[in-house]
Design a protein around this ligand. Structure first.
Ligand code: CTP
Length: 397
């Protein structure tokens, strides 16, 4: 998709600027042409020579460079690309863009261009969270500027949070998506998410601590790669992502119906924490304290949605991914669960209370596939989602 596309890459001044070298390499591997523009502060972090050597092209950095202007004026430069990418996108560059400043080559190109602009922000977490940056972000989004990242994690400055530059491959995917609709364009993917609520009576229910954060992040990551996502969600704490088809359900039985009625899918990710049991004697009236002793709840097992879909003879998605929420012997239990349920991959996680994973913002997962497993470091649920989405792209392309 990237072959013969021309990317104008603006490299801002940040510690993550070194990753732009890898980004250039990845883009060129895919057949894209990269015209690099290095800001004055960007040149404090990477050298013009290394950028230009990797890009295999002349580097632009000065608005008043007469030779460059004679060869290709800055207006023409801003129009000659298929897409403008700003990586790393610093707080300063975002502020200039939001304010319409044009006091150096990079900001002038960004103001003069008629092409789409994709920004990969990178900065200290406090700078990212500052109301000024968030205001600029909102302005730029409403101007139609595209964003990839920032990711959550440890920062070079020793702090932790959102502000890390997206990984080069994520930026490549975002570029691909911006230019062509993404590597998952034309693919339909089903995602289940959130807890289910199993009624005891009309006012009470049995539930679990799932917030829906991981499933929502997965749906968002897949949609960002161009997939047509059907998102079947129980009553989650987090709102469903934009750009997906949302089907809201309450119970496991409703979730099964919604899943079976969803359009045929190329892949399915079962991130929902489905209740294993429902109350079979749930009645239409509120159970009263009527002095006749404690109520007795009778349980029935819920249908296993993941196993049902994994074992479909007709219409089974090409790739079925389940989750395994375990508190003991995580890998052994999850490995057995993969075989028992018949899915292709299992994302195993330890949901013991001490891990803070269930209902939290981070996850610590092991991906179990047919011939082995991969231990992923603890990271934000968004980062887990992006990594899983990348793997899925490779598996179903
Ligand atoms: N799952 C499902 N339908 C169910 C139960 C679970 O689709 N009725 C799916 C979940 O979405 C998840 C996977 O099965 O992808 C494993 O869920 P988990 O709760 O870990 O496993 P259980 O089936 O509950 O097994 P156990 O009680 O033995 O841990």
């Amino acid at each position: 998709m990237l072959a013969d596309k021309r990317i104008l890459l603006i490299i801002g001044g940040g510690i993550a600027a070194f990753k732009s070298l890898d980004l250039i390499r990845r883009l060129r591997e895919r057949g894209a042409f990269v015209t690099p523009v290095l800001t004055k502060s960007g040149a404090e972090f990477v050298t013009p020579l290394s950028v230009s050597a990797l890009a295999g092209e002349k580097i632009y950095s000065d608005l008043f460079d007469l030779t460059s202007e004679a060869e290709m004026g800055h207006i023409e430069l801003s129009r000659s690309a298929d897409l403008i990418v700003v990586a790393p996108g610093t707080a300063d560059l975002m502020a200039k863009m939001a304010g319409g400043l044009a006091n150096d080559l990079a900001s002038t190109l960004l103001l003069a261009t008629d092409k789409r602009v994709l920004v990969a922000p990178s900065m200290n977490v406090r700078m990212w969270e500052h109301p000024a940056t968030q205001r600029n972000l909102a302005t730029l989004k409403s101007d139609g500027v595209l964003f990839v990242g920032p990711n959550e994690g440890d920062m070079a400055c020793g702090e932790y949070g959102y502000g890390r530059l997206a990984e080069p491959l994520e930026i490549v995917d975002a570029i691909d998506a911006a230019l062509s609709g993404g590597p998952l364009k034309g693919k339909h993917i089903l995602v289940t998410s959130g807890p289910t609520h199993e009624p005891i009576d009309p006012v009470r229910y049995i539930a679990n601590r799932s917030s829906g954060a991981q499933g929502t992040a997965i749906a968002k990551a897949l949609a960002a790669l161009g997939a047509d996502v059907t998102f079947v969600t129980g009553p989650a704490d987090v709102p469903p992502p934009n750009g997906v088809r949302v089907i809201k359900v309450q119970t496991a039985a409703e979730m099964l119906t919604a899943v079976m009625e969803a359009p045929a899918s190329d892949a399915a990710v079962f991130a929902a924490a489905v209740a294993d049991w429902r109350v079979e004697n749930a009645g239409p009236s509120k159970i009263k304290k009527d002095g006749n002793g404690l109520p007795t709840l009778e349980f029935a097992e819920n249908p296993d949605i993941l196993a049902t879909v994994s074992k479909l003879k007709k219409g089974r998605p090409g790739l079925v991914i389940g989750f395994a929420a375990e508190t003991d012997d995580v890998i052994a239990n999850a490995t057995a669960k993969r075989l028992r349920k018949g899915c292709d991959w299992i994302v195993a996680n330890d949901v013991s209370p001490a891990t803070g994973i269930m209902g939290g913002t981070e996850n610590d997962v092991t991906l179990i596939i047919a011939d082995g497993s991969e231990d992923w470091p603890r990271m934000g649920k968004d980062a887990v989602a992006q990594r899983l989405a990348q793997k899925l792209v490779e598996a179903i392309k």
